[in-house]
Design a protein around this ligand. Structure first.
Ligand SMILES: C[S@@+](CC[C@H](N)C(=O)[O-])C[C@H]1O[C@@H](n2cnc3c(N)ncnc32)[C@H](O)[C@@H]1O
Length: 309
């Protein structure tokens, strides 16, 4: 059930009012926003409009002041997600997203991720000496050191499986967990492999099948995440010093953590030339990532949204 309330006005003033109410403080698990980008476009004639400040520093400070109020409204495990692009002055980039991120760290946030939003269908740069801007950033910040994150709802298959390089194995040939792991045998194997020299003959080393079995996996069975046989998860020898490398690495059977490059193409907005990320793509991702949430959407209007699944 989704319910929402629209709070119209300058978001700084609206948030100030909201945070003045003790009931509202520490109540929201998520703030999602796409502020105006510095010096990109005029949206209207509102004197509070953000984006056209004298200097980038003033622009960044204004946003930081807004997000500092948001921090008071967030739950202890809450997070702030900012879709923000950079600005170029002649040939130089102002690094606005990262300067804002550093400013927010000064204000007590933790930078959890600077996700690259890759736009395959990016618009070609009109300047002949500049690369076309094919990405923007989605800054993921948490109020505390950690924030609620339901990564398991976003796990993906391994690269080889996703790209079809490894065929989907028959269901009965997939093994999801270790069976009868043999600690003593593992220690023996580690000892042999770690004392091996680069010129040690392979047949003096345990086979990859023996390693897989010691860890409790049938070497001929397949991993549910990358679709490789478990004997291919074993490593007997590595170039150079390899003491810290695992000799047997298993993928998370629930899938691989998704990457921090999100390939989401832009869409034209209502027929005009404003090519923007379809915010609902991000919502869908965050809804899965955060489950039941009460959140604030900034910078259209301030919208309070509650999603209780
Ligand atoms: C990048 S757009 C975001 C558009 C919107 N999220 C959407 O999906 O259409 C930035 C928006 O911030 C609004 N804006 C600019 N200054 C503002 C302020 N002080 N308070 C609230 N909104 C503001 C602009 O009018 C514009 O609609």
């Amino acid at each position: 059930m989704i319910s929402y309330q629209v709070l119209k006005g300058d978001c700084y003033e609206v948030l100030k009012r909201l945070s003045a109410d003790p009931e509202e403080r520490g109540k929201y698990r998520l703030v999602v926003t796409s502020p105006p980008y510095y010096g990109h476009r005029h949206y209207g004639k509102d004197p509070h409009e953000i984006g056209q400040e004298q200097t980038a520093e003033i622009f960044i400070k204004k946003l930081a002041d807004i997000f500092t109020i948001c921090k008071d409204l967030l739950t202890e495990d809450g997070s702030l997600w900012i879709v923000i692009g950079d600005t170029r002055r002649r040939f130089g980039k102002l690094l606005i997203p990262h300067r804002l991120a550093l400013k927010l760290v000064d204000r007590g946030y933790t930078i959890r991720e600077d996700i690259i939003w890759f736009k395959k269908n990016n618009v070609s740069s009109s300047a002949k000496d500049n690369f076309s801007q094919a990405y923007e950033l989605i800054l993921f910040l948490s109020k505390g050191e950690k924030s609620l994150a339901n990564m398991s709802s976003m796990r993906i298959r391994g690269n080889e499986a996703r790209e079809g390089r490894n065929k989907t194995p028959p269901r009965h040939m997939v093994q999801y967990e270790s069976i009868n792991r043999d600690k003593n045998r593992i220690e023996e194997i580690k000892e042999i492999i770690r004392n091996a020299k680069p010129d040690t003959n392979f047949n003096e080393l345990p086979t990859t099948g023996e390693i897989a079995r010691a860890y409790g996996y049938d070497p001929e069975k397949y991993c549910p995440t990358c679709y490789r046989k478990f004997k291919r998860h074993a490593t007997r020898k590595r170039i150079g010093d390899h003491k810290h490398y695992p000799i047997f690495a298993v993928c998370n059977p629930a899938g691989k953590n998704p990457g921090n490059v999100w390939d989401i193409s832009t869409k034209a907005h209502y027929g005009n030339e404003h090519f923007a990320i379809d915010k609902f793509n991000i919502f869908d991702i965050l809804k899965r990532f955060l489950r039941d949430i009460l959140f604030i959407l900034l910078f259209t209007l301030v919208i309070q949204v509650s999603i209780v699944s």
